[in-house]
Design a protein. Structure first.
Ligand code: SF4
Length: 312
């Protein structure tokens, strides 16, 4: 063990904090690859209040913010708008993940307008200059495992007032077996002037599309992905020293080039310290007497919990 407990906690405390808001686990789809086990049967009653998101998005030392679920649009247009604006207006790179099924709703144009307004508002802000990410992006999963999401995503484009919005950042998630389809879809979007990132999911370690994909994530076997045997089984945690634990905690933030930790806020009022294999290294309630705790206090407490849990 090379670091003392205090040094370990100081290092975690100094990290940039990436925030994920799992706003709800309710979803209007029930995909076989869902790692969150989200679906229509999960109640919408438990969700993250947008006031809490505002509080944390504006704390010091934040990196980037992901608004996800479940499906955030099922919480209604006002929630969708507030969440997106609150996070993006905090000045941090923000991505909203949606399956875009709302394009078939009566007020689809209003949902599209939220995304359009934000993509315009943050047109010129380049937070991560190196990789040219915009400050606001939308992330839509496509492919056969996501219902008709290819059609939903294309229908979304028809709702935009400006079809040549180069400011738009569009991440496409797909599983590796859908690579050819996703590539065609990417070309289609780019013909509208969209910036498009392909973010492939590995399904089988032997898949030969790895080299062609610009960014690669992994489906970790969790939730329905595990039930349906889709994705990779994460390597067992091998934590023996403070360095091992530190590496595990900081792993997820490495691609941003900063020493980072990732916190995942859940709709049940808990916050978790996670790594990139979605290992839950520590967890706690983020409110005391219904008042959100300061992020620095949360990070310190989670670091202490992780230390106690893994290095006992
Ligand atoms: S993968 Fe996404 S769209 Fe599909 S059920 Fe899960 S949260 Fe919903």
């Amino acid at each position: 063990m090379s670091l003392t407990k205090n040094d370990f906690i100081s290092k975690i405390k100094a990290c940039t904090v990436h925030l994920t808001f799992d706003t709800t686990f309710h979803c209007n789809m029930e995909c076989p690859i869902c790692i969150a086990n989200a679906g229509p049967k999960i109640s919408k009653d438990k969700n993250i209040p947008t006031k809490d998101m505002e509080y944390y998005a504006n704390q010091p030392n934040i990196g980037n913010i992901l608004i996800t679920g479940g499906e955030v649009s099922t919480l209604g247009l006002d929630y969708f708008r507030d969440a997106a604006f609150i996070c993006a207006d905090s000045g941090h790179q923000t991505v909203i993940k949606t399956n875009a099924k709302w394009v078939r709703e009566e007020n689809a144009a209003d949902y599209a307008d939220v995304i359009y307004q934000l993509s315009k508002k943050y047109n010129d802000i380049q937070i991560l200059e190196k990789t040219k990410f915009a400050n606001f992006g939308v992330d839509i999963s496509v492919g056969k495992d996501h219902e008709n999401s290819n059609e939903y995503a294309l229908e979304f484009l028809t709702l935009l007032p400006d079809k040549n919005s180069k400011s738009f950042e569009y991440n496409l998630h797909f599983v590796a077996s859908d690579y050819a389809e996703a590539r065609n879809f990417q070309r289609n979007l780019e013909s509208y002037g969209m910036r498009v990132n392909l973010k492939g999911y590995i399904v089988s370690p032997g898949c030969n599309v790895f080299g062609k994909i610009t960014q690669l994530e992994r489906i970790i076997k969790l939730g329905r992905a595990r039930i349906n045997n889709i994705g990779e089984t994460p390597a067992p945690l091998a934590i023996k020293t403070t360095d091992d634990l530190l590496n595990q905690i900081m792993d997820r933030g490495r691609d941003t080039g900063k020493e980072s930790v990732c916190l995942d806020f859940y709709p049940n009022g808990f916050v978790y310290l996670i790594d990139c294999d979605m290992n839950f290294l520590a967890g706690m309630r983020y409110k005391e007497n219904n008042v959100p705790m300061d992020l620095e206090q949360i990070v310190i407490r989670l670091a202490e919990n992780a230390y106690a849990k893994h290095l006992r």
